[in-house]
Design a protein around this ligand. Structure first.
Ligand SMILES: NC(=O)c1ccc[n+]([C@@H]2O[C@H](COP(=O)([O-])OP(=O)(O)OC[C@H]3O[C@@H](n4cnc5c(N)ncnc54)[C@H](OP(=O)(O)O)[C@@H]3O)[C@@H](O)[C@H]2O)c1
Length: 299
């Protein structure tokens, strides 16, 4: 089985074959940055995959290609929900990539029995063992049932518990969860076009030692029409940025509260581009302000 420590050695022939036609050089070193999960110190690679449409469609060929690209580049985090949890879980088992991959599993919840049955079915798909991270989408429900979710950890069913949302209206109950010590992870939206999380919730995550996964880095695609037709500024090279996608991702990753940013894509070329944001330099605060001004001027 591949271990997390061994992951740079993962670049198996299949992974290289999958990525090579898309422009990757087999001998090119691709060291993705990692950040420690507060509380445990476990290293997590900084760019991951969102729950892409091929996962939910059960498209094992394309999902497998996306996972190979992630693995080859030293990535780890994959967000999964619905049927995608089974598509990705089964592929993780087939690739024996449990140690490198770190799956966020969104659960529907329901009664305590239904929650455990749901988790059990996903564990079976993955080949047993604890899930990495169970996400609830219902902050108030999670707060009310905090003991039940913590017991999942004690019983070895999941290693971490978190809450996942993508809208500012959920920040207050998510902050309540963090203050109550009920979550190890939060997943929220943050980007140059949706910068509100920087006001309160990201600083609170740092204060409370909660790990942060960022979603909607491209506002579900609406970022791209905004930058379309504009040249990437020359100064983007100062922080090793080679595309507009990386421009957004590196802005996000430069926030000190952020552990990992996830992007949704069904396009392997886009996945390669996005994962490239996880290596090289990041913008400093002054540069981040310049980036934000530039994007605002494009409105
Ligand atoms: N729990 C929640 O409430 C919640 C809510 C929203 C999102 N999420 C999570 O967050 C993930 C990402 O957020 P999101 O769904 O808002 O998507 P996003 O990553 O902000 O945007 C996805 C869109 O950008 C395009 N794209 C991606 N990379 C690109 C690139 N390099 N160049 C050009 N276009 C690119 C994709 O099209 P292509 O497929 O053509 O690349 C897609 O249309 C989701 O997959 C999900 O896991 C969670």
């Amino acid at each position: 089985m591949t271990t997390r420590r061994d992951f740079l050695g993962y670049s198996a022939a299949a992974a290289l074959a999958a990525a090579a036609p898309l422009g990757a050089r087999a001998d090119e070193p691709r060291q993705m940055m990692t950040r420690a999960i507060p509380g445990t110190g476990e290293a997590l690679a900084v760019v991951g995959l969102g729950n892409a449409k091929p996962f939910g469609a059960g498209d094992s060929a394309l999902t497998g290609q996306l996972l190979d690209i992630l693995l080859q580049r030293g990535g780890g985090f994959v967000d999964t929900s619905g049927r995608g949890r089974f598509t990705v879980g089964q592929l993780m088992r087939e690739k024996q990539a449990h140690e490198q991959l770190f799956l966020g599993t969104n659960v529907a919840g329901g009664t305590p029995q239904a929650l455990r049955a749901e988790i059990e079915a996903i564990r079976q798909a993955q080949g047993g063992g604890a899930l990495d991270l169970v996400f609830s989408r219902e902050p108030s429900d999670l707060l009310a049932r905090s003991d039940e979710y913590q017991k999942l950890k004690q019983d070895g069913l999941t290693r971490y518990v978190g809450v996942a949302r993508s809208n500012e209206q959920f920040y207050p109950p998510i902050m309540e969860l963090m203050r109550a010590g009920a979550v190890d992870f939060i997943q929220i939206n943050y980007s140059m076009l949706e910068p509100g999380a920087a006001d309160e919730i990201l600083p609170l995550a740092q204060e409370q030692n909660v790990a942060v996964i960022i979603n909607r880095p491209f506002v579900n695609g609406r970022y791209f029409p905004r930058v379309s037709g504009h040249e990437l500024p020359e100064w983007a090279a100062e922080f090793d940025c080679t595309s507009w996608a990386q421009f957004s991702l590196k802005f996000i990753l430069a926030h000190p509260a952020v552990n990992c940013v996830i992007t949704e894509t069904a396009n392997p070329r886009h996945a390669i581009d996005n994962l490239g944001a996880g290596s090289g330099r990041l913008p400093d605060e002054a540069t981040r302000r310049r980036m934000q001004n530039l994007i605002q001027e494009m409105a």
